[in-house]
Design a binder for this molecule. Structure first.
Ligand SMILES: NC(=O)C1=CN([C@@H]2O[C@H](COP(=O)(O)OP(=O)(O)OC[C@H]3O[C@@H](n4cnc5c(N)ncnc54)[C@H](O)[C@@H]3O)[C@@H](O)[C@H]2O)C=CC1
Ligand SMILES: O=C(O)[C@@H]1CCC=N1
Length: 264
């Protein structure tokens, strides 16, 4: 990513907790100047205070981008802090909050890109879905895509409605995978392994399987490649495959439904 426009005009972050911090960490690692960044956050993390960004200082009048990364419930209280900005692209990562809420806060001519990233952005392995409002130009979408591509993959959505399903799948998804690691490790302990060894095995297994899945090979075929007829994997999968499809369907549906509720 060429950060020249952000370095020159500035980047503002409204809220810099787990998600804003994950993205900022990725951008700083990839060459964004800390001196170009202004963060508004009443409760900044220790990490943030050590980065050299401007914290809770007056905003530049016309930053290239303002990233909105506060909780949806804080939106009403937080957005007025950005009302003075002119000629700024707003990029929001908040779950649920629709594009229309930003038009209500900033006016119909405000250019807004709604994005749903995930926390692996912190290590450059995120995936983010984006969609712009009617005022957002192709150049705005390209700028947002460029920033988000610096911290992982980017996909563009056709309709804003798709954002709820994306949130339930890839936005929340890392938490499901981390829980898989936790439960695999616990299952290893139940089989007599030490907690440290079980966690090492579970973590490396998920990371390695993820890396293999990213080669593009069909995941069903990758599963078959592990599964010897009448072997150990088949015995395990006969248990897992009875429960997991329905469980995962209900898990993603519950998260997507919550995203719909957050629209207010
Ligand atoms: N954590 C995740 O995996 C993902 C989170 N998101 C979205 O990112 C947004 C932030 O979520 P997290 O980072 O997880 O929450 P968080 O609680 O870690 O971060 C929110 C930050 O906003 C700050 N804040 C609170 N009131 C504020 C105000 N009035 N002005 C400025 N800053 C204020 C808080 O001090 C905190 O640092 C949410 O809208 C969430 O839906 C989206 C995708 C993934
Ligand atoms: O849990 C949440 O509401 C946010 C949105 C996606 C991931 N975390």
């Amino acid at each position: 990513m060429d950060f020249t426009e952000l370095d020159t005009r500035g980047l503002v972050l409204l809220g810099c907790g787990k998600m804003g911090g994950a993205m900022l960490a990725g951008w700083l690692d990839r060459g964004l100047s800390a001196s170009a960044v202004t963060v508004i956050d009443p409760n900044p993390s220790d990490w943030l205070t050590g980065t050299g960004v401007a914290l809770n200082t007056p905003l530049p009048p016309s930053p290239a981008v303002a990233l909105i990364a506060v909780k949806p419930q804080m939106m009403g209280a937080a957005l007025p802090a950005l009302q003075s900005l002119t000629d700024t692209l707003f990029v929001t990562v908040a779950a649920g909050t629709p594009l229309s809420a930003y038009a209500a806060a900033f006016g119909a001519s405000a250019r807004v890109v709604r994005a749903m990233p995930n926390t692996p952005a912190a290590v450059g392995r995120g995936i983010t879905a984006i969609i712009g409002n009617a005022a957002a130009t192709p150049a705005d979408l390209d700028l947002a895509q460029g920033m988000l591509a610096a911290v992982g993959e980017v996909v563009r959505l056709d309709t804003e409605d798709q954002m709820d399903a994306v949130t339930g799948l890839s936005g929340s998804g890392p938490a499901y995978v981390f829980h898989v690691i936790e439960t695999m490790a616990a299952a290893g302990v139940a089989q007599g392994l030490s907690p440290d060894l079980a966690l090492q095995l579970a973590r490396a297994t998920v990371a390695g399987a993820g890396a293999l899945a990213m080669t593009g090979e069909d995941p069903g075929q990758l599963r078959v490649n592990v599964t010897s007829p009448n072997g150990t994997t088949q015995a395990g999968l006969e248990v897992l495959m009875k429960e997991l499809p329905d469980l995962m369907t209900r898990t993603v549906a519950a998260a997507a439904d919550r995203s719909r509720e957050l629209r207010g």
